[in-house]
Each structure stands twice: as structure tokens, then as C-alpha cells.
Design a protein around this ligand. Sequence first.
Ligand SMILES: [Zn+2]
Length: 127
Amino acid sequence: MQVTCPNCGARYAVDPMAIGPSGRTVQCVRCSHRWRERPIAPAAVVPPPRPVPDFVIRPPSYNSGLPALATPATKTHWWRWAAGAVAVLVVVLGIAVYALRDDIREAMPAEWRVVLSTDGLRTVFGR
Ligand SMILES: [Zn+2]
């Protein structure tokens, strides 16, 4: 930039960085006059402050598609497992009761045996 002495009109070529963004007191070599030299334009010396972003976006990483949706955590359907376990238990118990039906009948009181046999049911319901 060019600095001109307001007293004697002498001209000097000065690096704008030497003046700085807020200006500087300079002195003329010829007449020893001192004055405060202001920068040409603050924007020419100091770059404008960069706007502060509200948020920072980043380039997508490998294999990340848009929109970025988080995969939901796989739920453990415990009630399905419980229902399956109950079903298996019922089947196993049914097989066990059928296989041990004679032993169970022997262990029961006599009056129950009448009810549990099909003939006994006919006598109970009168058919
Ligand atoms: Zn001067």
C-alpha cells in the first residue's frame, strides 16, 4: 500500500501487514511528522471471520447410505420362546402320559379309574 505523509506529501510504499488491521502510528523520514496510518480496508489485511456453523456435517464413511437410519436393535421375543417351550412341554407330557397310562391308572384310586376309562365315561354320562 502507499502511505502519503499529510505534512510534506512524501510517499512511501508500505507492506499492509506492517500497518496491521487496526492501523499504526508512522513517522515520516523526511519531515519527522508522526500520524496514525489506518489500513486501506480491514478486509484487505485480515480475512473476514469464517462463519461459525450450527453443526458440522461430515462426508459419509464407507458403506454408509443416506438417509442415515440406525438399524433397530433386534428384539428378543421372549414370549415366543415361552410359548414354544410350553408347547413342547405339553407334547412331551402328553407322550409321557400316553406311554405310562397303564402305570398311572394303577396308581390312581379305584373311583378315578372308572372316570378315566372310556367305558367309565359312558357309565357316568349314561350313554
Ligand atoms: Zn513528511
